[in-house]
Design a protein around this ligand. Structure first.
Ligand code: PLP
Length: 366
């Protein structure tokens, strides 16, 4: 879609590349680190300053107590953190339950590790599921369950009750809980982020993953991490050393500055700014007759495009691109069954000017 969008000089709301500006202190600290010769390999699990800053943030924001010496592995983005966790903890044929709509990298990372994704399909518009749905997905080969809150592409923020169901289920079936919390600060309408690893009894089995791509608008820097019990962290660390050696050294210093210097106000403002973007795009989609599932968090909207001509979501996304010049991702990318065919995904991590242009173009559909 991005290539086709470029060809027609369209507005790309397909990829979640995050076209917003990074906090100046983060950029400055990375440049200073290059000038100050911080350009060599770091320890395999990241520089101590960053691991300690992450542990402080995990304690204050996520309510997780971690030892930065033995439990945190700084990786090549949260994508790298998940790949290393899969290599370290899963055997070929192990099943991992995913909530669908899912993020495609989660499926493909599991497949790359020869694990087998299985699915719990959530129901629109609020992407609900029940404890019975979890029970129906488990088999004797199930080794883990993946949580992504706030979620891409649905924007679902898992509630306290839902996280409690998942925790109880994981403990009863002795499962790992892999939790991707990359959008943890993108929360709307007063919602609160709940880290599954903070629930009683969950600390040993939860692999908490996050990163700075989205929060600091540095998707190309590739800095993320996992936090887990030392017995898992040691193995995840081996894999991180083998696959990536270390995360980019000067960029780790940039993130240290962000974690140490940015105040709570920065994170609140981020959520406020993105909730304005969400509202603008949701209103434009309503007016264009493409009903949006209003997201509770993250920065994507799944909208129902069944009124557009075409046999599947790809046809409909192409129709939308040719009529409005707005590029989206076909819903089939997020479902293993046919449920995705009536949806496309819009990303609103865009500058206000680009979003205004996209909303004007969508008005052309009315
Ligand atoms: N996890 C989810 C759910 C995402 O949507 C994305 C990016 O789109 C990532 C992870 C990638 O994160 P990172 O840049 O830290 O690898």
């Amino acid at each position: 879609m991005s290539i086709e969008c470029e060809r027609v000089h369209g507005i790309n709301l397909a990829q979640g590349v995050c076209d917003t500006t990074l906090p100046p202190s983060v950029g400055r600290a990375a440049k200073d680190a290059i000038d100050n010769a911080c350009n060599s390999y770091t320890r395999y699990d990241g520089i101590g300053e960053l691991r300690r800053a992450i542990a402080r943030k995990l304690c204050l924001y996520n309510r997780l107590n971690t030892d930065p010496e033995t439990q945190i592995i700084v990786s090549s983005g949260s994508t790298g953190a998940f790949y290393c966790a899969c290599l370290a903890l899963l055997n070929p044929g192990d099943e991992v339950i995913l909530f669908e709509p899912y993020y495609g990298y989660h499926v493909n990372t599991l497949l790359a590790a020869e694990a087998v994704p299985t699915y719990v399909t959530m129901q629109p518009p609020d992407w609900s599921f029940t404890p019975q749905d979890l029970e129906a997905a488990v088999t004797s080969r199930t080794k883990g369950i993946m949580v992504n809150t706030p979620a891409n592409p649905s924007g679902k923020v898992f509630s306290q009750a839902e996280i409690e169901w998942i925790a109880e289920f994981a403990m009863r079936h002795d499962l790992f809980v892999f939790t991707d919390e990359i959008y943890e600060y993108f929360l709307y309408d007063g919602r609160r982020h709940i880290s599954p690893g903070a629930l009683p009894g969950m600390e040993d089995r939860t692999i908490t993953m996050s990163g700075f791509s989205k929060t600091y608008s540095i998707t190309g820097w590739r800095i993320g991490y996992s936090a887990s019990d030392p017995q898992w962290a040691r193995m995840i660390g081996y894999m991180n050393d083998l696959v990536y050696v270390c995360a980019p050294s000067p960029l780790q210093w940039g993130v240290v500055a962000g974690l140490n210097e940015l105040s709570a106000q920065f994170y609140c403002q981020l959520a406020k700014d993105y909730s304005v973007k969400r509202d603008r795009l949701c209103q434009a989609l309503e007016r264009a007759g493409l009903p949006p599932c209003s997201p509770q968090g993250a920065y994507y909207i799944l909208a129902n495009v069944s009124r557009l001509p075409g046999n599947d979501s790809k046809d409909r996304a192409m129709n939308l691109l040719s009529r409005t010049g707005v590029a989206t991702v076909p819903g089939s990318a997020f479902f293993h069954g046919p449920q995705g065919e009536s949806f496309v995904r819009f990303c609103y991590a865009k500058s206000d000017a680009e979003l205004t242009e996209a909303c004007q173009r969508l008005a052309g559909l009315e």
